[in-house]
Write a protein of this length. Sequence first.
Length: 263
Amino acid sequence: MADNNNPKTESHDPGRRNFLKNTGLVVGGVAGGSLLGGLFTNQMKSDDEKKGMNEETAKVDPSHARVFFGRFEDFIVLATATELIFPEDDNGPGAIGLDVPYFIDKQLAGTWGINGDDYRQAPFTNLEGLKKIEKADEKVNHSRANRGKIFLEGLRLMNAESMKRFDASFDQATEEQQHEIMGDLAAGKLDMKSIPSDAFFALLKQATLEGAFSDPLYGGNKNMDGWRMKEFAGARPSYADVIESEEFVKLDPISLTDYQRKK
């Protein structure tokens, strides 16, 4: 998660919190300002909020269609949590700007979300037994619940915990309050039924980083900005033209989608 010892202020940080406000991610109303082309914002709006919008402002990028998260409230908690893990800073966009929430949504809607490629036969390990397992991924693999159910339980627990502690939904809580809940989640202090909460945090963190740095073909790493921050050249077929250089050669990244366009 972000370093709490060096918090950003809203007056100097056009990043996560101002981004949430300006793009309408705050439940209960859609603010004006930079709307990221109207795409992310419009997809995040509830059905009631979309009423009365004209045809131009109601356009939504097809890649931003949610396929797993049917509830707006769950998706907005996911978006807020991923941005806490991978915040926008001077190096580049954060999880929201990289479309990480949509990447996770697509992954959960597919084989990964239902543990389709995993061994899924009983007996499963109960919660007390899962707590004794050291590796987080093994805790997930030994649970009866699949990743989709784990995500829904974990995100709803975070939101419920925020309402209980601060009388505010997770996305509307202050950044300090959000970090408190995320910290307890990571420490295994929140009570989940399917797996220990530290295992869910590890799963959420893993999915966030994969969405930030995987090929854009899979729905994240928008505009390959995650790669640009790492100066990673992407899916290049050859480095023959620069391999003799004694200096580091910065190359524009190439995505698998670039090869699709050329067919």
